[in-house]
Ligand binder design. Structure first.
Ligand code: NAD
Ligand code: DAU
Length: 347
């Protein structure tokens, strides 16, 4: 492969994937297509910009004509598709945007690939998806054959795009692979998501809004471990297969927020227990999925991937990153996000 298109490369996970591919494969031209929504930020990629095998392209995956021209001009050999609207709470407020980006955008990319890939040999379309497509767990773990049961507009849009990706292989023979991952955390995550939101609020002495009773459970994975899994699956995964990726690291939200308070008190030299006082139980998310947990034994047994970081170590690295990137946080929390935050948390 000579040319690869990564979509959503200015976002949280995408920027780690771009960095990984640009540095690990100097012979590969890496193109990052991103329309720079509120969640996309070129600051995430400053260190990558000078690399000769890297190019940024600003563009919208919902713009079909633009996407078709792009594929015709660049003749990519492979696609790693991460561009999406990714926040569940925003999907509850504005589902249509999620349908447009996550479903129609995905179909546009696959149609452009089909049109330009005269032979499918050596080509690959890799769709990055989420464990939320499987719904809400009471017991056990999500495996690759768990029936889809999406419960939020976000997860319904991702489930739909997964179905389209599989349908394109079945109908047109498009060489696809899909992975469904659990909750990521780490540097560069937009502070609307639980972990960076809590870090930001603790730092600023603001209330820590925990939905419901804080009993919901998520399975957390460090973002660079996800980027490693994506690299392995892109290169070694079998066409048509799905791989679940997860951290085997389940945490009740309230326990995780308390752990963050403890780490932050230590880092900021505050009295132990002082940040916990900021915890405020707020109205629950509508249709809030109770638990996600991934069985990642397929990707581990068949492709040799395993998470590398212990959670406490990953959380400390994450907290350190946010504390030393004040400017980044200030920039992304001003403007549109400030309005969203005030509006959302005062409702
Ligand atoms: P993010 O919201 O941080 O970034 C999304 C990126 O996509 C942004 O850079 C944004 O500008 C870009 N984008 C949005 N709409 C676009 C459009 N129409 N055209 C071009 N670019 C557009 O998201 P993330 O958390 O990095 O998630 C990336 C992918 O991974 C998503 O597909 C998401 O569903 C999936 N995923 C995320 C997690 C997680 O915990 N964050 C877990 C599993 C899977
Ligand atoms: O599981 C993978 C998914 O993880 C990804 O597909 C999504 O893109 C990503 O956003 C994430 O979805 P969640 O809804 O699980 O993540 P979020 O950080 O929004 O919330 C994590 C948990 O914390 C969830 O149970 C809701 C709760 N929460 C969240 C926020 C923002 C709170 O209690 N308070 C909050 O203010």
């Amino acid at each position: 492969m000579d040319k690869i298109l990564i979509t959503g490369g200015a976002g949280f996970i995408g920027s780690h994937v771009v960095r990984k591919f640009v540095s690990a494969y100097p012979g590969l031209q890496v193109f990052n297509l991103d329309m720079l929504t509120y969640a996309g930020n070129l600051e995430n990629l400053r260190d990558v910009e000078p690399a000769e095998n890297y190019q940024f392209i600003k563009g919208d995956i919902t713009d079909r004509e633009f996407i078709f021209n792009l594929f015709a001009d660049y003749q990519f050999d492979g696609v790693i598709h991460l561009a999406a609207e990714s926040h569940v709470d925003r999907s509850i407020r504005n589902p249509l945007e999620f349908i447009q980006t996550n479903i129609i955008g995905t179909v546009n990319l696959m149609d452009a690939a089909r049109e330009n890939w005269h032979s499918f040999s050596g080509k690959r379309f890799y769709h990055i998806s989420t464990d939320e497509v499987y719904g809400s767990l009471k017991e056990g773990f999500f495996i690759e054959s768990t029936p889809y049961d999406p419960k939020s507009p976000y997860s319904a849009s991702k489930a739909s795009s997964d179905h389209f990706v599989r349908a394109y292989q079945n109908t047109y023979g498009l060489p696809i692979v899909i992975s469904n991952c659990s909750n990521n955390y780490g540097p560069n995550q937009f502070p609307e998501k639980l972990i960076p939101l809590m870090i930001h609020n603790i730092r600023n002495g603001k209330e820590l809004p925990v939905y419901g009773k804080g009993d919901n459970i998520r399975d957390w994975l460090y973002v660079q471990d996800h980027a490693d899994a994506i690299d392995i699956i892109f290169h070694k995964g079998v066409n048509g297969e799905t791989y679940n990726i997860g951290g085997e690291n389940e945490w009740k939200n309230i326990d995780l927020v308390k752990l963050l308070c403890k780490i932050m008190d230590m880092k900021l030299g505050r009295k132990t227990g002082s940040s916990e006082k900021l915890i405020t139980f707020v109205k629950d998310r509508a249709g809030h999925d109770f638990r996600y947990a991934i069985d990642a034994s397929k990707v581990s047994n068949e492709l040799g991937w395993k998470p590398s970081l212990q959670f406490e170590e990953g959380l400390e690295k994450t907290v350190d990153w946010y504390l030393s990137n004040d400017e980044w946080l200030k920039n992304v929390t001003s403007g549109e996000y400030q309005k969203y935050y005030e509006d959302f948390y005062s409702a």
